[in-house]
Design a protein around this ligand. Structure first.
Ligand code: NAD
Length: 389
């Protein structure tokens, strides 16, 4: 079998790497950046850390700062108007997954004929063309979007989070600087950290796992597993921040070269309909979906438990698998992950939307990569189990 392996052409990894952003652009012959970010990055002054190294290279960066959490097609269209209004040769996605994904989607839409809608690129369509390169600078240790061939955009007419995949969504380069994450509050730290763990675990048990994705996934789990609690407890812990940031990027490389699976398939509809932050909806689902999937890939889940650090090398697979489930439940307790009910989702709306959510989960293709492939009825049962907590 032929296995294509994708990664950005260059990744600058390490504390302080953002200072080299301008030089990185120069290396690629780029000099007219449009920085894509969210309003908080501007109001907090954080965006200056991205703009300063560009100005230091004599560049005059443009700014589009209207991205929203769970970016929508309408915001991408607004970004495209900003892109067309100037003379830019590179997009810089600066922020969490939402600004990075918005920048990627803008580059893809800009390569399409005028009037094309974002939904034209929804998977399984291939979004291989981009009008200009994208450089990503993550400020959360979470999505790994800086290293993936995906962007996730909400279809605002249909309330559907669309997975868009292809070479057009793969950044040219990434700057992975954990010093940008010190300002993350505990809730976002936990949610985005669990998102990374889920990426690594799902890539590792995916039916599309391969030796290269395994290499990334193993190292990501080894880095992230022991650091989730310390980084949540003390956001100033530089060692924990560094491990989480590298872990998130490696987890991105893992799932970009394998896939995500059932947790992500079921998570996107929760995000689309109830605006639960992406990592948080993953966390709500992770214990129940892992329990459901575990019998179909016990040796893999057992190895994951050992890598995460919740099982010992000498534990038999059955024991290690049980410890993994215990650890995922304990993590949710320790990191204060609420149930959907405790998060304020009304039960009637949850129940009423379940058939649509199950349909959207299946249609995304992610559940088909799960070690145990669910029917629509099984997905409904899992959503109900997660509701009960
Ligand atoms: P986000 O980008 O929506 O940001 C969440 C919040 O954190 C925002 O309010 C933001 O302003 C704030 N924030 C970001 N960095 C901060 C910092 N350093 N200090 C303080 N606050 C900060 O959240 P996210 O979880 O990073 O991204 C979620 C999005 O990414 C979802 O839309 C999800 O579907 C998508 N996603 C994409 C991929 C991919 O491969 N493209 C993978 C997973 C998830």
């Amino acid at each position: 079998m032929v296995q294509p392996i994708l990664a950005p052409r260059q990744m600058l990894i390490g504390g302080g790497s953002l200072a080299r952003l301008g030089a990185l652009l120069r290396q690629f012959g780029l000099s007219r950046p449009l920085v894509v970010t969210d309003p908080w990055m501007v109001s907090s002054g954080m965006v200056e850390r991205c703009l300063a190294p560009l100005r230091a290279e004599g560049m005059a960066p443009g700014l589009f700062s209207e991205t929203v959490p769970d970016p929508t097609d309408t915001v991408v269209e607004a970004g495209l108007r900003a892109l067309r209004a100037g003379d830019y040769d590179v997009l810089i996605g600066f922020g969490g997954g939402s600004p990075m994904d918005t920048a990627k989607a803008m580059a893809i839409l800009a390569a399409a004929p005028e009037g094309t809608k974002m939904r034209a690129f929804k998977a399984p369509a291939a979004a291989d063309r981009a009008a200009l390169p994208v450089i990503c600078v993550p400020t959360t240790a979470g999505t790994g979007s800086e290293a993936t061939r995906f962007t996730v955009i909400t279809d605002s007419e249909r309330d559907e989070k669309m997975l868009i995949a292809g070479l057009g969504a793969l950044p040219l380069a990434a700057v992975v600087d954990h010093e940008l994450t010190f300002s993350l509050p505990p809730r976002i730290t936990a949610d985005t950290g669990i998102d990374s763990l889920t990426h690594a675990l799902e890539a590792f048990v995916s039916r599309r796992a391969n030796p290269v994705s395994d290499m990334y996934a193993r190292e990501a789990m080894r880095l992230i597993g022991p650091m989730l609690r310390p980084v949540h407890a003390d956001g100033a812990d530089a060692r924990a921040r560094e491990a989480m940031m590298l872990g998130a990027t490696l987890a991105g490389l893992a799932f970009s070269n394998a896939s995500v699976a059932l947790v992500h398939g079921m998570s996107r509809p929760i995000g689309a309909h109830f605006h639960v932050p992406h990592g948080l909806s993953n966390a709500m689902l992770l214990p129940a979906v892992t329990a459901y999937s575990l019998p179909a890939a016990l040796p893999r889940y057992a190895e994951a438990a050992r890598l995460i650090g919740c099982a010992r090398a000498e534990d038999a697979d059955q024991v290690a698998g049980a410890k993994l489930l215990e650890e995922l439940r304990a993590l949710n307790r320790d990191l204060a992950v609420p149930t959907p009910a405790a998060h304020g989702i009304p039960q009637e709306r949850w129940e009423a939307l379940l058939p649509t959510m199950a349909e959207q989960a299946l249609a995304s293709g992610s559940p088909a990569n799960n070690p145990r492939v669910p029917s629509a009825e099984e997905i409904l049962a899992l959503y109900r189990e997660v509701w009960r907590g």
